[in-house]
Design a protein around this ligand. Structure first.
Ligand code: NAD
Length: 509
């Protein structure tokens, strides 16, 4: 079978047509907005089109979602979990096709595309278990014959805005948890990867049909100024969970905060690995290469800064150059490819501008630095010798550019790790327990994620995922992240037949 046939079979199985409607609540809406073309970054060719949603289409979706909330919140949480269990099973059935579509439309390699679907399956499993564990605490009342406890109630319809680089997994982190918490979701995906969202919604539509619960998972593909802005200002969405750049997060906070809406903001990172002189060099090289080159440097947790103790730096740089030279660049759906293309022409421009800015500030390109002479949006993974105080090093460039920075002492390394506006992921490579513990101490890494002897990217769903400072402060996925999708209610029940007041206050009438 040719690649073209395989691709068209895959698209057909996922229900992707040449022109697709851009909104669904369980059945597709005949959307009336402008057509959006989705491109394959490996060739630059069009894959298919989506007819985007207008404000009126959005309104239609919101009507269904808000109506659904009225009944969904009353379905027992374990029964809501059952729907998410069906979703997880359907995702297992479609794993291969979805993984291929992610590789086709986003450009990440097939293994990572499949990994993204696996992450969706994992969060569904987690959410099913969670549906029987939405625990509240009970407290001892100071008043005789009184009982206090807290219960967690569904919050409302949740707006999910997702970034291009995780076209489906981050939606699942939100939608699976929100569903068991009693909240329908309305998803606005990135306009760079709308087909991934349409394929997932088709699977959701099957699930909702089978489980008789339309309106729990809803999709709206639309322009920022048609749908995005309306969503942010919409009081019917008590929570907006948004993944994207810090610039986008700032805008969301500005619109959602004044209406006292909640946000989960998962924004840009500028992640560092600190490599101490005593580190296992093999581990450090492999971890740094995967974290910097994997997903073509287009993960929020991608490694941007390799902070090397002076003794190990020369060897580390030589080993890295060799590792970089062995990275096979090409079609992300081909076996053996380790690095696919960047997402679009804009991403290439941003990368080239960053390299020029680094050079202008005294940075030295030690490897790569160029666009590849082939169709699509391919670049060389790039190593730049740099200083921590360079302006460009403070910024997140969403591309495979790794800044190499040297230090003398662990205190300096921690200061460098923390000395950027973002605070997502961080790691230290060392065999010295004291050094590792210092990095993990209150005076150590200031990031939401701190690792020892593993890289900055590749988080598991069991932990709460997110970062500090300009990364936005949101937490998603595991641990107790579910609490933000619910409203906490403190309950006091008086079974005493008396009316004693708290704090001994007397008010006798
Ligand atoms: P982006 O900010 O360009 O877009 C993200 C999403 O926000 C898209 O769906 C876009 O349409 C939407 N959007 C943009 N402006 C909007 C507005 N005014 N109102 C409503 N929606 C709006 O980001 P991108 O290029 O798609 O993704 C890359 C960025 O995402 C990087 O900065 C990366 O670090 C970040 N990211 C963060 C995490 C995390 O968990 N911290 C995860 C993935 C990606």
């Amino acid at each position: 079978m040719t690649t073209a046939t395989k691709t068209s079979d895959m698209l057909a199985r996922l229900g992707i047509q040449d022109v697709n409607p851009g909104a669904s609540t369980g059945s597709w809406i005949d959307t009336k907005g402008a057509e959006l073309t989705s491109y394959n970054p490996t060739t630059g060719e069009a894959i298919a089109k989506v007819r985007q949603a207008t404000r009126a289409d959005y309104e239609e979706v919101m009507k269904v979602a808000t109506k659904t909330f009225e009944t969904w919140r009353l379905v027992p949480a374990p029964a809501r979990g059952e729907v998410v269990r069906v979703l997880g099973n359907k995702l297992r059935e479609y794993k291969q096709e979805l993984g291929h579509l992610v590789a086709l439309e986003n450009g990440k390699i097939l293994s990572e595309g499949l990994g993204e679907v696996q992450e969706m399956i994992d969060i569904c499993d987690f959410a099913v278990g969670l549906s029987r564990q939405l625990y509240g605490l009970s407290m001892h009342s100071e008043r005789p014959g009184h009982r206090m406890y807290e219960q967690w109630q569904p919050l409302g319809v949740v707006g999910v805005v997702s970034a291009f680089n995780f076209p489906i997994a981050v939606w699942a982190w939100n939608a699976a948890l929100a569903a068991v918490c009693g909240d329908p979701t309305v998803w606005k995906p990135s306009s760079k990867v709308p087909l991934c969202a349409i394929a997932v919604q088709r699977i959701c539509d099957e699930v909702m049909k089978e489980c008789h619960c339309p309106g729990v998972f809803n999709l709206v593909v639309g322009r920022g100024n048609d749908v995005g802005d309306v969503m942010l200002a919409d009081h019917r969405l008590p929570l907006i969970s948004a993944t994207g750049s810090t610039r986008m997060g700032r805008r969301i906070a500005e619109v959602v905060s004044p209406r006292f809406g909640r946000t989960i903001l998962e924004l840009g990172g500028n992640n560092a690995i600190v490599v101490m002189d005593d580190a296992d060099l093999d581990l450090a090289v492999r971890a740094a290469t995967f974290a910097a080159v994997g997903t073509a440097g287009q993960r929020c947790t991608s490694l941007r800064r390799l902070v090397m103790q002076k003794g190990i730096a020369p060897k580390l740089i030589e080993r890295l150059k060799k590792a970089y030279a062995s990275v096979k660049i090409g079609d992300p759906n081909d076996p053996g490819t380790l690095m696919g293309p960047l997402v679009d022409e804009g991403a290439i421009n941003d990368m080239m501008k960053a390299i020029e800015a680094a050079k202008a500030e005294g940075g030295e390109v030690l490897y790569g630095g160029k666009r590849l002479d082939r169709p699509g949006f391919f670049v060389e993974p790039t190593l730049v010798r740099a200083r921590a105080d360079m302006k460009i090093v403070q910024e997140e460039t969403f591309a495979p550019v790794l800044y190499l920075i040297e230090f003398d002492t662990l205190d300096q390394a921690i200061a460098i790790n923390n000395g950027v506006p973002q605070g997502l992921s961080s790691a230290i490579f060392t065999k010295d327990l004291m050094a590792a513990e210092k990095f993990l101490s209150a005076a150590g890494s200031d990031c939401g994620i701190a690792n020892v002897n593993i890289g900055t990217s590749g988080a598991e769903i069991g932990g709460a995922f997110g970062g500090e400072k300009e990364t936005g402060g949101g937490r998603e996925a595991g641990s107790d992240s579910w609490k933000v999708y619910m409203r906490r209610q403190t309950v006091t029940i008086n079974g005493s037949g008396q009316l004693p007041l708290a704090q001994g206050v007397k008010f006798d009438v």
